[in-house]
Write a protein that binds this ligand. Structure first.
Ligand SMILES: CC(=O)N[C@H]1[C@@H](OP(=O)(O)OP(=O)(O)OC[C@H]2O[C@@H](n3ccc(=O)[nH]c3=O)[C@H](O)[C@@H]2O)O[C@H](CO)[C@@H](O)[C@@H]1O
Length: 360
């Protein structure tokens, strides 16, 4: 029985694509997962995949703290190597981030093939540094391949969960009515600054008949303070597939996971890239969508500045006024999102895993 070790940790953007790959494997594969204590994987990884923990953090901090984190990251190679040997792992797969570093080094040490998936348009530090050691580097966007010429990467899209690919109903708690539906989301952790840009716009939008779902994240102290008819606020929703398939427009951060889900659902978006993302990779993700006409980029600004409001009213205005479809700016954006979509990224990656494990 082939055994896959998945090294994915931390954010939805790393965990969900890896989960999609695990779910797409043929039934005879066994999956083990390696993560970090107290991160999102403890909630998200289903119990059918044994979850092993190693201590491995990012290289945050300065001076001695940074050195200590680097040492911990290197020391994590040892338990990973033991895990690979003990479970008879045939292939290691990682969706990137810091946990990928010890996973790649341990796999090479054991002579086991390793497949690395990079979903961002600007590859992360670990991908740039250790990609050349991997058996295969796969990327979600062609823009990333241009930046990784030493690894000859395979462009295969970023896997999304199956529910995004099959028709899914709108959740019952979404405000009813005929008005267009606007979804606001800030990635798996929510985005405070994005929430603050959006809130001043909501009273007028709701008064004009727009229905709004705002996914605030769990850290927003202002959540729940604005009570308006036609607006539903949630910290997090498990029902994003139904929301994305039915909404007219999304306002979103430009994380690679969200972007690939918007694309497969054909959902037009206003993207507000997170300015502190490593190497400003969200700017590049957003640019990849905007270059296809799929999205409009609005740079993060203070609440009350006009850019976001102008973009929302320009895009939703015709639907709020009930104008004819020909004048609707959202239609070409939907086509743009569909051009960005890769619907079989999970199967393409499974094919790679089967090949490198000698079964393909
Ligand atoms: C702040 C930051 O640096 N974020 C990075 C992080 O992703 P981060 O997890 O922040 O964002 P992504 O957009 O990649 O993924 C969000 C995921 O959370 C899910 N979701 C979100 C809200 C909700 O209510 N329900 C729900 O299910 C979405 O369906 C999606 O699958 O890793 C990504 C992949 O390397 C990067 O592109 C992002 O830049």
């Amino acid at each position: 029985m082939p055994t896959l070790l998945i090294a994915a940790s931390g954010t939805g953007g790393h965990l969900f694509p890896a989960l999609a790959v695990a779910e797409a494997l043929p039934a005879d594969w066994q999956v083990h997962w390696v993560g970090v204590p107290n991160r999102l994987e403890t909630d998200l990884v289903p119990s059918r995949y044994p979850l092993h923990m190693v201590r491995a953090g990012g290289l945050q901090g300065r001076g001695l703290r940074k050195l200590w984190n680097l040492l911990q990251l290197l020391l994590a190679v040892l338990p990973m190597r033991r895990l690979i040997r003990r479970e008879g792992v045939s292939v290691v797969f990682s969706s990137g981030g810091y946990i990928a570093a010890p996973a790649i080094l341990a796999a090479r040490w054991c002579g086991v093939p390793v497949v690395l998936h990079e979903s961002n348009a600007i590859p992360g530090r670990v991908t740039r540094l250790l990609g050349p050691l991997c058996t295969t580097v796969a990327v979600g966007l062609p823009q990333a391949a241009e930046r990784l010429s030493r690894c000859r990467p395979l462009v295969c899209g970023t896997p999304v969960r199956r529910d995004f690919l099959t028709p899914t109903p709108l959740p019952e708690w979404v405000p009813g009515g005929d008005g267009p539906l606007l979804l606001v989301m800030g990635g798996s952790q929510g985005a405070l600054r994005l929430n603050r840009m959006v809130r001043p716009l909501l009273p007028q939008l709701a008064a004009s008949g727009c229905r709004i779902v705002h996914l605030t994240g769990s850290q927003d102290p202002e959540a729940g303070t604005l009570r308006l008819d036609g607006v539903a606020e949630r910290a997090f929703s498990e029902e994003l597939p139904g929301l994305l398939q039915h909404c007219d427009l999304a306002i979103s951060r430009a994380g690679a996971g969200s972007l690939s889900e918007l694309a497969v659902c054909g959902t037009p978006a206003i993207l507000v890239p997170f300015p502190q993302a490593a190497d400003r990779h969200q700017d590049a993700n957003a640019a990849a969508a905007a270059s296809l006409g799929a999205a409009v980029i609005v740079w993060q600004h203070e609440p009350g500045e006009p850019a976001l409001g102008r973009a929302v009213w320009r895009l939703l205005g015709p639907r709020l006024r009930g104008a004819a479809t020909g004048a609707d700016p959202l239609e070409p954006m939907r086509d743009g999102m569909q051009a960005l979509a890769v619907r079989d990224a999970d199967r393409r990656l499974v094919q790679v895993l089967e090949q490198v494990s000698g079964r393909g």
